[in-house]
Design a protein around this ligand. Structure first.
Ligand code: SF4
Ligand code: SF4
Length: 391
């Protein structure tokens, strides 16, 4: 099978896909309903996918909803992203044991690198994985554990047909269609002709897997409905970014009053960095047992909202909440381009949903854009008045 030949999988196609991937020795991670949310977890059957569930999202709000159509992928981003598996929250780096002679034996941790298959990767999250690839596996300072996990991962992407109220992938150019970076791409179609999945391969292994599944050649009607649903999703984004160069906007508004307004609401809790699929910062912690005979070094996610994140000799460089929020937002939307050649935001909306005070990065960008426009207008008026007074 050629990589871009599309086929149609029936309603039971996801079960067959899970069986084939498991047969290839892969650990399958997919969305499933748990504790009132759609979370990512290891699954052993397609039946564990969140059939018949949707989500209602708003700033600081997430609710699971019931759907009558039995769709498996009619939900947008949940509280986790795939970085939970590729770049885990906590990883031991080494252990040290004191021997009978008083010497220390230090053993480096062999990082776990399961052969993952991710089922249900959204287009925005594909782009987020590509961003982390550049940071953790593409530059001069690679993370060997990340690279091993990433090289072994098989990505089943699913095009978005039901964007959430906090999604803005269209503004960031990251969705709702799957373009690249996938092994398989699915589009869920439900109409009078039935519940099915348009499927196409994006890699040689994807083509092999697709070739093992019960399928039929893609018919024109299924292709048309799939295209219409994805095109319709692009028109129903819940949020937008202002249509300006965001990097320039961040650069022009470093002294804006809006930073003071937003940081009056920011708790500097760091939730937005924890849920963000592109945030990658870590720190290390050393721990010992009470006897001092055993010690370990752990690496864990760190947040730029943590006061200690920028601690130098005389204390934190970014001591105020204002400076920490501004650092996060301007890095995501501006200086990330200088470091990594792309935006650090893929428009998934997670930081909006999981902010306890409902701070919305799109609302802040619009407010900064409005403040900049008002300042420019004011300067123009002042210049005109000056010319009139002194022609
Ligand atoms: S913006 Fe929201 S989620 Fe992020 S640190 Fe501030 S309060 Fe927490
Ligand atoms: S900044 Fe927010 S919307 Fe952008 S990628 Fe991170 S969590 Fe998603």
């Amino acid at each position: 099978m050629q990589t871009e030949d599309a086929v149609v999988l029936g309603e039971d196609g996801l079960n067959a896909l899970v069986t084939v991937l498991a047969g290839r020795g892969r650990t399958i991670i997919g969305p499933t309903v748990r504790d009132g949310a759609i979370v990512l977890a290891e699954i052993s059957s397609g039946d564990e996918l969140p059939y018949g569930h949707g989500v209602e999202l708003e700033a600081g709000r997430y609710r699971l909803t019931a759907r009558g159509d039995g769709a498996a992928f009619a939900h947008s981003a949940g509280p986790q992203s795939w970085k939970t598996y590729l770049h885990p929250q906590r990883e031991r780096q080494w252990t040290a044991e004191r021997g009978a002679d008083g010497g220390l034996t230090i053993t480096a941790e062999e990082a776990q690198a399961p052969s993952y298959a991710f089922l249900g990767v959204r287009p925005c999250d594909l782009r987020a994985i590509a961003v982390q690839d550049r940071v953790l596996a593409g530059g001069p300072h690679t993370d060997p554990a990340y690279r091993r996990r990433r090289e072994r991962a098989f990505l089943v992407a699913v095009e978005c047909t039901e964007p959430g109220a906090t999604c803005f992938c269209v503004s960031m150019g990251t969705g709702p269609a799957v373009e690249d970076g996938h092994d398989l791409a699915l589009t869920e179609v439900i109409d009078r002709a039935g519940h099915r999945f348009l499927a196409r391969a994006g890699s040689p292994e994807g083509a092999d897997v697709l070739g093992e599944l019960p399928s039929r050649p893609a018919d024109g009607a299924t292709r048309t409905v799939a295209q219409q649903q994805v095109a319709g999703a692009a028109l129903r984004m819940g949020r937008t970014m202002p249509p300006v160069d965001l990097k320039v906007l961040m650069r022009d508004t470093l002294g804006a009053d809006r930073w003071d307004e937003v940081t009056a609401r920011c708790l500097t809790c760091g939730n937005c960095t924890m849920v963000c699929p592109t945030c990658f910062c870590t720190t290390t912690e050393d721990v010992t047992d009470l006897t001092g005979e055993h010690a370990e070094r752990w690496r864990r996610w760190e947040s730029c909202y943590d006061l200690e994140f920028t601690h130098l000799q005389d204390g934190p460089v970014r001591a105020s909440p204002q400076s920490r929020y501004r650092q996060w937002a301007t890095h995501k939307l501006g200086t990330w381009y200088d470091q990594f050649g792309s935006s650090g935001c893929v428009g998934c909306g997670r930081c909006i949903v999981w902010c306890p005070t409902g701070i919305d990065i799109t609302e802040e960008a619009h407010a900064l854009n409005d403040e900049r426009a008002a300042a420019v207008h004011h300067e123009e008026q002042a210049a005109t008045a000056a010319r009139r007074a002194d022609p």
